[in-house]
Ligand binder design. Structure first.
Ligand SMILES: Cc1cc2nc3c(=O)[nH]c(=O)nc-3n(C[C@H](O)[C@H](O)[C@H](O)COP(=O)(O)OP(=O)(O)OC[C@H]3O[C@@H](n4cnc5c(N)ncnc54)[C@H](O)[C@@H]3O)c2cc1C
Ligand code: FES
Ligand code: FES
Length: 1023
């Protein structure tokens, strides 16, 4: 059982109040100490891993803050008034007309359905993120914001309200009450485009909202171009707007293009980018896009939108009367904390500000609802709140008072023949539940989709499931499962299902060519599978790890006893001293990684101190509160720096920072390349990749004694390698392996990332030190910061062929960044050379690798141990070689594929598993067909570009007439503000083929496996 949260002290700090009306809310705010809570979709993600300390003023019952109506503002002008607490899904549904298209387009792009159902327009403005869609759109629409306090009301323009990144003009006693959007003339039009993949919930790279209004002679008399995500707050490009004003509608697109360097330029000129026009933009450089790219993207989005809107002849008269709507009324204010869960009335003890997901799991024991991030990102926690899909991790328990919550546990109780039962069955039959951690969230989102669309299109399914991430299935099986539950034909004909009978009684051969239901699928579908965070003894204490904010540092502890004494609820701390041999590794002879650092930090996020105590108490403590005195040092950020002369050694055992080398050589590669008819060189760099499994590391440990007094530790945890965990734990705690019992939980995704020890020694040390079971659940940021990644590689290679095109030689060198500790570095360094030349017959090969220590994240196992990185380079070179030789890339690979009887570069003669030629032969018809289809598509797209189809919303003839590149104003999906969908016509298709080979086994360490067989008295064999 999971321990229950302590009995609540209602209205003790932090308080939670749902205001009856605006007056009460303003009165409370005037007394100070309250934080308004609207949808909570910005509030809760900002507090991952921390208890809520604010007193929350729930705005959910204030009628005056909700709804959309056509009215007149204080000056008598017609405006659309939107209550600040109106949700984005209400806005998306309530604005069917063209006038506020931009706002509706933005509403559809805020997170997934679950977020849109909760998130409000007012919260978006008040949070004032640089990437807030609402800020950019309302800036372009020249909206005015009404603020209220007991002192009175005031109205501000958007740029008077939003002052910078997360800074607004809102006073602590004020509420944002409403947003007023001027109606504009019947010739006004607006649009919104956002670059960033919504279905991956990616924060936008750039977004642009444009609003244009024309006078009676069709000249531009008002123009607003607002850019978001490219500066601390969305900004208007006023210099550009001024250059466009007065231009006739038909010449507008042309005029915009004339501002760019030269007719036909695809991207904005450097002159424009550097000039006054874009001066307000100050984009950031990060992993998603460079600053330059963002500036280019902003100009390009603006150019497309202006062209599209100018050429759009769709009538856009302001018809608000039929657009007004109001949100569904909430339950009455002041009700006790009671709500219905799965049809049962429940009185809740959790604090009202607690996350609904935690209340469901920890208080009600409904652990079918999973938690992957606590931030609204992964959707694993999706439940239905009054029938709407929401992320329960960002809904306050108080917001559910008087409402109905439905979790995955309810689906099994649904009536036979219901969509809930159909979905349960279909998920099992279609193999949609793999690791299963996303399955409950997927199912609840699917229930929501099918209730809204009983016969959904694939797009509706994709849209409805968009807020739930899956790292295992590639989504296809899930989409097929939902479609087939609805009786809609899924794309691929389903294979017959193997009989669901016990294996022993399945007729021989029945499973061949059939889908085999996974043994544990039903439990996963029903929310019954137990993952690391789902089980813990009731008396378990809670762990929190304080981690290094520096990649390289030295540190010392201050007075730990005084620190513990000053923090009620903190039982104590665990340091390296509590682990007898504080080193672990994958390779027993390379044990270099401490579970808790000992005065030296070698990588960001390394554990410095472990807090042990009551959950709320330890979660409230930050690193700055603890007596850990850190001195940062310069970090060796890359193998280049670590290998440079005089670089500091990370480990005394490896003074040159080279963990190990790998080498495979056959023939005389240099001579072969020198004599070759064709040779091609390439270099390539790859970066860290996070496994991003949905389930963060979690589990518990407890110590016991056997009857004869032998100490024993049991660890329940999500792990991919229980036996390796057992060896390492035995070594660290000076135990015999038989004294360590690892109980693996269901694993919510691992992909190699849960092969290394992570939480296990921390749990064991805490449980032993305090004589109580100890449990931990990593937060999402902590999981990402502290666990292994795919090794970044810097590689160079040369491929060479003779005059007949025969592949002759392959020369490869690669440095693999193994980070601060060895982990699986030796496997990567040794496995890559074996595979570097690919599954091809090559006479001369030399492949050299080095795994290099740096202060970077620890390089670990990630599907393929470095081979995917080297394959990228190898296959790129094979393609280039085929291109240079003028031969079909598939046929070239077929010619050179290793066959049975061939020797690999290491001299191994392949006898079996040499089926590459057969694979390529089987692929040949599909390859030819796909190439032909891509060519036809591209020819068609090019023709569309030249002669736009009149049926598209933008009149092709007009586009051609004004000299605009029509392809970019042909709109494929007008409702979408995602440029990839909206301009699908401008896309081109390509077809590629790549081969990879991969020898299984542990390469440089023993890979033992054993099995015991016994014979029962009745003659049956037991394995
Ligand atoms: C997975 C995910 C994806 C997201 N994607 C996007 C996206 O694509 N684009 C985007 O713009 N945003 C996105 N967001 C952010 C968020 O959903 C929006 O900004 C949303 O509109 C915030 O509204 P809320 O009601 O949830 O605000 P809350 O979280 O309730 O409040 C946010 C802040 O505003 C204050 N506040 C709220 N209402 C008022 C009011 N009326 N008066 C005074 N103060 C108030 C609160 O005190 C709090 O400080 C995403 C969030 C998540 C979790
Ligand atoms: S969205 Fe709630 S746990 Fe990830
Ligand atoms: S099955 Fe979806 S995350 Fe594993």
């Amino acid at each position: 059982m999971i321990p229950r949260t302590a009995a609540p002290v209602r209205d003790a700090l932090p308080r939670y109040r749902r205001a009856v009306d605006l007056d009460e809310a303003l009165h409370l705010l005037s007394r100070g100490g309250w934080t308004p809570l609207a949808g909570g979709t910005d509030f809760y993600p900002a507090r991952v891993g921390r208890p809520v300390r604010e007193s929350l003023l729930d705005l959910g019952s204030i009628e005056a803050l909700r709804g959309i109506e056509l009215t007149r503002d204080a000056e008598g002008s017609e405006v659309l008034r939107i209550g600040a607490a109106t949700t984005w899904s209400t806005i998306a549904r309530a604005l069917p007309g063209a006038r506020l298209l931009a706002l509706r387009q933005a509403a559809r792009e805020i997170g997934g359905v679950q977020v849109q159902n909760r998130a409000t327009i007012g919260g978006n403005l008040c949070h004032a993120s640089p990437a807030a869609d609402g800020v950019a759109v309302l800036l372009a629409l020249e909206a005015r914001l009404e603020l209220a306090s007991v002192r009175g009301r005031r109205r501000l323009a958007v740029d008077e309200f939003v002052l910078g990144a997360r800074r607004t003009a809102l006073e602590p006693d004020e509420l944002l009450v409403a947003i007023e959007v001027p109606s504009g003339s019947s010739r006004a039009r607006c649009g919104f485009l956002k670059l960033g993949h919504r279905h991956s919930l990616v924060i936008s790279i750039a977004m642009v909202a444009v609003s244009l209004d024309f006078d009676a002679s069709d000249r531009l008399e008002r123009c607003a171009i607002a850019v978001g995500a490219c500066s601390p707050a969305a900004v208007r490009l006023r210099a550009l707007e001024a250059k466009l004003l007065g231009t006739s509608r038909s010449a507008l697109a042309h005029r915009f293009e004339a501002l760019l360097a030269g007719e036909g330029a695809l991207l904005a000129s450097e002159a424009l980018l550097a000039g006054e026009v874009l001066a307000p933009l100050q984009p950031i450089d990060d992993v998603r896009a460079t600053a330059t790219y963002r500036r280019h993207a902003a100009v390009e989005l603006a150019r497309r939108l202006v062209a599209e809107l100018a050429l759009d002849d769709t009538p856009s008269a302001a018809r608000f009367a039929d657009e007004s709507a109001s949100g569904a009324p909430l339950a009455a204010t002041g009700v006790a904390l009671r709500f219905r869960v799965n049809g049962r009335e429940r009185t809740i003890a959790s604090p009202a500000s607690a996350r609904l997901s935690d209340c469901l799991r920890d208080e009600l024991g409904l652990t079918g609802t999973k938690v992957g991030c606590h931030a609204g990102d992964c959707g694993a926690c999706t439940v239905l709140l009054d029938g709407q899909a929401v992320c329960s991790c960002i809904v306050a328990v108080g917001q559910c008072a008087g409402r109905e919550v439905l979790t995955v546990e309810a689906l099994a109780q649904a009536a036979p023949g219901s969509i809930e039962q159909a979905l349960r069955r279909s998920f099992v039959d279609n193999g949609a539940a793999q690791c299963g951690i996303c399955t409950p969230g997927m199912l609840m989102a699917a229930v929501d989709v099918l209730r809204r669309h009983p016969r959904p299109t694939p797009e509706q399914v994709v849209d409805g499931l968009g807020g739930v991430l899956c790292r295992c299935t590639g989504y296809r099986k899930i989409i097929e499962a939902v479609l087939s539950a609805a009786g809609v034909d899924a794309t691929a004909p389903a294979l017959p299902l193997a009989p669901a009978s016990p294996v022993a009684s399945t007729p021989v051969g029945a499973a061949v060519g059939a889908r085999v239901p996974r043994l544990d699928a039903q439990d996963k579908v029903d929310g019954l599978a137990r993952y690391g965070a789902d089980v813990a003894p009731a008396d378990a204490c809670w762990l929190k790890v304080l981690r290094s904010p520096h990649a390289a540092a030295r540190f010392a502890y201050g007075d730990l006893d005084a620190f513990v004494a000053a923090h009620p609820g903190l039982l104590g701390v665990v340091t390296a001293c509590d682990i007898p041999f504080n080193r672990f590794a994958i390779f027993p002879d390379l044990r270099d990684q401490p579970a808790i650092a000992e005065g030296v930090v070698r990588t960001l996020g390394e554990a410095l101190l472990v807090l042990v105590g009551e959950r709320e108490a330890v979660e409230a403590i930050e690193l700055r509160d603890a007596p850990v005195h850190l001195t940062a040092q310069p970090a060796l950020a890359s193998p280049r720096e670590a290998l440079g002369g005089g670089a500091r050694a990370l480990h005394d055992s490896h003074p040159d920072n080279v963990l190990c080398r790998g080498r495979v050589a056959r023939g005389d590669v240099d001579a072969a390349i020198a004599a070759a008819a064709v040779s091609i060189d390439a270099t390539m760099r790859t970066r860290h990749i996070e496994h991003a499994y949905i389930e963060p590391e979690a589990g518990y440990a407890q110590w016991s004694r056997t009857d004869d007094g032998v100490e024993r530790v049991t660890i329940f945890a999500c792990t991919q390698t229980p036996y390796m965990d057992r060896s390492e734990l035995a070594s660290m705690f000076a135990l015999d392996p038989s004294q360590v019992r690892i109980v693996p939980s269901a694993v919510g995704g691992g992909f190699g990332g849960k092969l290394d020890v992570s939480i296990q020694p921390l749990l064991a040390a805490a449980a032993r030190r305090f004589g109580r079971p100890a449990r931990i659940v990593y937060t999402r940021p902590e999981s990402m910061a502290s666990t292994t990644k795919r090794h970044p590689a810097r590689m160079q290679a040369t491929i060479a062929a003779d005059a007949d095109g025969r592949m002759l030689a392959y020369r490869f060198e690669g440095e693999f960044d193994t980070g601060a500790y060895a982990s699986w570095g030796p496997t990567v360094a040794n496995r890559v050379p074996i595979h570097a030349s690919g599954p091809y017959r090559v006479a001369h090969v030399r492949a050299l690798t080095r795994a290099v220590y740096t202060n970077g994240p620890i390089g670990g196992a990630f599907r393929g141990f470095g081979v995917p990185q080297s394959t990228l380079l190898n296959e790129t070179l094979v393609d280039r070689l085929a291109e240079r030789l003028g031969v079909d890339p598939l046929e070239y690979r077929f010619e050179h594929a290793l066959r049975a009887g061939d020797r690999t570069a290491t001299g191994q003669r392949l006898q079996a598993s040499a089926g590459l030629q057969a694979c390529l032969a089987a692929l040949r018809p599909a390859w030819r067909d796909a190439r032909a289809r891509a060519e036809a598509f591209n020819a068609q797209a090019a023709a569309t570009q030249r002669t736009p189809t009149p049926s598209t919303p933008v009149q092709g003839a007009r586009a051609a007439a004004v000299g605009t590149r029509a392809s970019e104003v042909v709109v494929a999906d007008r409702a979408s503000s995602d440029p990839h969908r909206r301009y699908a016509h401008a896309r081109r298709r390509g077809v590629g083929v790549a081969c990879m080979w991969y020898g299984i086994g542990n390469t440089v360490i023993a890979n033992p496996s054993s099995m015991q067989a016994g014979l029962r008295a009745d003659g049956r064999v037991v394995l």
